[in-house]
Design a protein around this ligand. Structure first.
Ligand SMILES: Cc1ncc(COP(=O)(O)O)c(C=O)c1O
Length: 288
């Protein structure tokens, strides 16, 4: 059974799945996307992903007529036909296909594509025990990275630098030395029992895993500071960590060549990892 993709209303073998050469996602990165974790066949935090997609559609004037119920049905159908219990659902919505011209076309019809790829979340359980390394790079992105668009070239280059350095992630540092977030993850430090992370703004993506972590931490009465923190502060922190859909919580034990805290995952990361795991199990039945 070949893997299937959803392209504009149809299920197509993944190897043949394509969009038009004049799709505006391809030509202008005039497109939004979402990545959702599928664990035990169930989508994690799906309503939050739909809500973020809708917010971004409104911000970019993309008129996406499909209802939440229809979108959910199509996503579930694609997951079911691909038969993977643990996977990533990728959804991309472009403004549509039209003769190349920067301004919006008249009456565009958005192009929706979705793919499901197997993903092994158990690799994260092992990484939670060892922690991961991050490097730092200058944040070269545009000013509205709160919108989840496919214009990811600066993130791609940052991730490639991380890979070349044998690191898991690159933290993107602003000209004022503030750590904003990672190339595809949100960033946190821990100091004197407080969890510190960049506040929501136009300079970071409002991660779904971030929202979940902050909710769980609040419920557990862990003090949280949503405020900018500098790279110097991060290097002097007791602990550091990151979150994303594909890495729901990982301790960061090195930043560039500097060990953070003891150089091993600390007690706050372990506590938060346990809270996140319990939430995932509650939503999907999946266990680490
Ligand atoms: C720049 C950036 N920050 C943060 C995240 C984490 O977001 P989420 O938790 O919704 O996966 C992502 C995810 O792709 C990202 O690209």
């Amino acid at each position: 059974m070949p893997q299937l993709a959803y392209v504009d209303g149809r299920l197509t073998p993944l190897r043949d799945a394509h969009v038009h050469v004049e799709d505006r996602g391809l030509q202008f990165a005039d497109a939004l996307y979402e990545v959702t974790a599928v664990l035990n066949g169930k989508m994690l935090d799906w309503p939050h992903h739909i809500a973020r997609l809708r917010r971004n559609c409104a911000a970019l004037f993309i008129d996406f007529a499909m209802s939440d119920a229809a979108l959910t049905l199509q996503a579930r159908r694609l997951i079911a036909v691909n038969g993977q219990a643990d996977a990533l659902l990728y959804l991309q919505l472009s403004r549509g296909t039209a003769k190349r011209d920067h301004g919006f076309p008249a009456n565009p019809r958005p192009t929706l594509v979705m793919t499901v790829r197997r993903f092994d979340f158990h690799q994260r359980t092992a990484q939670q025990k060892t922690g991961v390394k991050v490097i730092t790079v200058n944040d070269m992105r545009w000013r509205r990275v709160d919108m989840k668009t496919t214009g990811l070239l600066a993130n791609v280059l940052a991730k490639q630098d991380a890979r070349a350095a044998g690191a898991f992630e690159a933290w993107l540092v602003a000209p004022d030395n503030t750590v904003r977030e990672g190339g595809s993850t949100n960033a946190y430090i821990v100091k004197a029992g407080r969890l510190i992370t960049h506040p929501l703004s136009e300079s970071i993506l409002p991660g779904i895993a971030r929202a979940t972590l902050l909710r769980l931490a609040r419920e557990a009465q862990i003090p949280i500071d949503e405020r900018p923190f500098s790279l110097a502060e991060a290097l002097a922190a007791d602990e550091a960590l990151l979150t994303s859909t594909t890495a729901p919580l990982l301790p960061v034990v090195r930043i560039d060549e500097n060990a953070i805290g003891t150089g091993s995952p600390g007690p706050m990361a372990s506590r938060l990892a346990a809270l996140v795991s319990a939430e995932i199990t509650a939503q999907t039945g999946w266990r680490p």
